[in-house]
Design a protein around this ligand. Structure first.
Ligand SMILES: NC(=O)c1ccc[n+]([C@@H]2O[C@H](COP(=O)([O-])OP(=O)(O)OC[C@H]3O[C@@H](n4cnc5c(N)ncnc54)[C@H](O)[C@@H]3O)[C@@H](O)[C@H]2O)c1
Length: 250
């Protein structure tokens, strides 16, 4: 049976990705900071196990991989944090913490898994980025910089590790009504306003991201590597449609 580890597996997107990979036939390691938070997710999913890991600690990552046993066929670097504050008010510690979890840890966890994958000659890594890695916003601190770095790291991993049999891609979620954004979308007016601005006319769901993961890890995607798959209902390219303009023949 193929196997997969999902970091941040107890969170909104991580739980959805874990469940979808289980449906696709994987044994899944639901890995999060506290085993107690991963356990309820793992217990609802077929062939899943709860794992405890702090992705910013190399020793903790090694212990988590040893506990899982197999070198996973799939690693989803999904753990992420945000410390939303204007840059003027952001401390260097806040900035560093966001970069550590969202970028540096994807390197260290990815490298640890890739060493085993390279020995076997196969593996797939997915890094979860964000549309904030493409378009920044006010008040979101280090988050866009960390995610933009992760897009670049993904391509670098794909280039270096492709010859070792490892494909590496990233997924950039847009406005997702789950996980760290769920509190923001609690208010009906904000849900409707934001959802209505998205060209496909709705907010995204954890399942939309999980389905993208399922495609990218599948054999149908065997020639896709080094790609940042934007799953945002086309909000990112819709900039100009938010500026009034009279359409005329010119
Ligand atoms: N929800 C969205 O709208 C959205 C949009 C774009 C990108 N993302 C990205 O999707 C990913 C998942 O986010 P989410 O929305 O599910 O948020 P979430 O807060 O629900 O989940 C994140 C998970 O990561 C875990 N985590 C944090 N630090 C960790 C560490 N040091 N070690 C191990 N686990 C750690 C948390 O405990 C949590 O369970 C993140 O990378 C996030 O940046 C989310």
């Amino acid at each position: 049976m193929r196997s997969a580890i999902v970091t941040g597996g107890a969170g909104g997107l991580g739980a959805g990705i874990s469940a979808r990979l289980s449906e696709a036939g994987y044994r899944v390691g639901v890995a999060d900071l506290k085993r107690e938070s991963a356990e309820p997710i793992a217990s609802e999913i077929k062939n899943a196990v709860a794992l405890e890991v702090d992705v910013t600690s190399e020793a903790s990552v090694d212990a988590m991989l040893a506990e899982f046993g197999d070198v996973p066929d799939v690693l989803v670097n999904n753990a992420g944090i945000a410390r939303f504050k204007p840059l003027m008010d952001q401390t260097a510690e806040d900035f560093q913490a966001v970069v550590n979890v969202n970028l540096v840890a994807c390197f260290t966890v990815g490298r640890a898994a890739a060493r085993g994958m390279a020995k076997r000659g196969s593996g797939v890594i997915i890094n979860i980025t964000s549309i904030n890695g493409i378009v920044p916003a006010s008040g979101v601190g280090a988050y866009p910089a960390a995610k933009a770095g992760l897009v670049s790291l993904t391509k670098n991993m794909a280039v270096e590790w492709g010859p070792l049999g490892i494909r590496v891609n990233s997924i950039a979620p847009g406005f997702i009504d789950s996980g760290m954004s769920a509190p923001f979308f609690k208010e009906r007016a904000i849900r409707e306003m934001r959802g209505g601005k998205v060209p496909v006319q709705r907010l995204g769901l954890a399942a939309d991201i999980a389905n993208a993961v399922a495609f990218l890890v599948s054999d149908e995607a065997s020639y896709v590597s080094g790609h940042d798959l934007v799953v945002d209902g086309a909000i990112t390219p819709s900039l100009l449609s938010h500026l009034p303009r009279e359409v005329k023949d010119i």
